[in-house]
Design a protein around this ligand. Structure first.
Ligand code: PLP
Length: 396
């Protein structure tokens, strides 16, 4: 089958046409060739906590190298349930409501396979995270985009129009995907917004998949709230999160999913089909992290990233690329209209050629024709690398 046919089958010609993963990887290779700083991929190369890595190494040496129960080791499920209680107040049964997954990515994939059917429509807010749209597309489900309004000032928030959301619903709508805090725009859905979304979900009997992988990256006054904690929402909400970002272990492929027991069996079944289980020794590492790291770890994580955010915001402003201030997560969308190039992918190339800083074309997060004046910068970088990137940006 020619590649173009594959692309159109997956709907890739309509979603993120020019800035697919391959484009991000091409930027990474070019950045390496130039010896530049990669703020493109959300790899976050900050140090993982020692307690996490040491416990994983100890687990390998202790022989935890074989398949685990399909929903994960009891120790980790118990630690996740305790974490849910600590951070959300939710009482979660570790034996029936928690699934340890192969990353948040594996969690969403399994949940979509278990709970949705080909042809089902799923609401996504735009700008969206590419994997959300692509996962649905690969399973022949239909992402329906509801645009968030671009902030009117750098400090203002991305907002959604409830009427636009309602207008996007059809008899085939089965679910909403919320990403809070969001990649790429850092939006944190407020209580009022989540209440409005919940009312829609309840009225139309929709699942809400909530990707909360950046739950601990929250700045200033903003507060992270899971829609599962709102009245009437627990049963229909599938919480997806993981350790990639919080423990800086993106390559470990370790996440989790929390859902009502009546859905968890089917989701676990599909997760088993693709992944069998999450990496066994690494589950011990994550469990040790959840068990032993106190509140100060999470506070420090947010403080460190707030500081990184401040530095890159200043550099982007100095470089004449007006940044939108993210309330959470660790990405910044900035206005790249001053850069040469007819579209965002070319602007990203121009920035890389001129400064050695790699970014992602904003068009990767919008429907075709949108986001062409935006670039996304990841700031979860070691301080020295971030400072280098900031100096390079200022040289523009
Ligand atoms: N969800 C969002 C919104 C992300 O931005 C990312 C990574 O960039 C992921 C999920 C991936 O999570 P994981 O590594 O747990 O699969």
């Amino acid at each position: 089958m020619p590649l173009t046919t594959v692309a159109s089958k997956l709907g890739l010609s309509e979603l993120a046409p020019r800035a697919l993963q391959s484009e991000i990887r091409a930027m990474t290779m070019e950045c390496d060739r130039l010896g530049g700083v990669n703020l493109a991929q959300g790899v976050c190369d900050t140090e993982p906590p020692a307690v996490v890595t040491e416990a994983a190494i100890a687990a390998i040496n202790a022989g935890h190298n074989i398949y685990t129960r399909l929903d994960g080791i009891g120790r980790l499920r118990t630690a996740i349930a305790a974490k849910m209680l600590r951070f959300t107040g939710m009482v979660v049964n570790p034996d029936t409501e928690v699934l340890v997954t192969s990353g948040a990515t594996g969690g969403l994939h399994a949940a979509a396979m278990a709970l949705l059917n080909p042809g089902d429509e799923v609401i996504l807010f735009e700008p969206f995270y590419g994997y959300h749209a692509s996962t649905l597309k690969s399973l022949r489900m239909v992402p329906v985009l509801v645009p968030l309004a671009e902030p009117v000032t750098a400090e203002a928030d991305w907002t959604f129009d409830l009427e636009a959301l309602k207008a996007a619903l059809t008899p085939r709508t089965r679910a909403l995907i919320i990403n809070t805090p969001s990649n790429p725009c850092g939006k944190i859905f407020t209580r009022e917004e989540l209440e409005a979304l919940s009312a829609v979900a309840i009225e139309h009997n929709l699942f809400v998949f909530t990707d909360e992988i950046y739950e601990h990256f929250v700045y200033g006054e903003a507060e992270h709230l899971s829609p599962a904690t709102l009245p009437g929402m627990r049963e229909r909400t599938i919480i997806i999160s993981g350790f990639s970002k919080t423990f800086s272990v993106t390559g470990w492929r370790l996440g989790y999913l929390v859902a009502d027991a009546k859905w968890l069996g089917a989701i676990s079944y599909f997760h088993d089909l693709t992944y069998v289980c999450a990496p066994s020794a690494l589950q011990h590492g994550a469990a040790a992290g959840l068990e032993q790291l106190g509140m100060e770890f999470y506070t420090q994580l947010a403080t460190d990233h707030l500081d990184k955010r401040t530095r890159i915001l200043a550099a982007l402003t100095d470089a004449g690329m007006k940044p939108y201030v993210p309330r959470g997560a660790y990405y910044i969308l900035a206005d790249a209209s001053r850069l040469p190039g007819a579209n965002a992918a070319l602007k990203a190339r121009a920035l890389l050629a001129q400064t050695g800083v790699a970014s992602v074309a904003g068009s990767a997060f919008f429907r075709a024709g949108h986001g062409e004046d935006l670039l996304r910068f990841c700031f979860a970088k070691r301080d020295a690398d971030l400072d280098d990137a900031c100096a390079r940006l200022r040289s523009l």
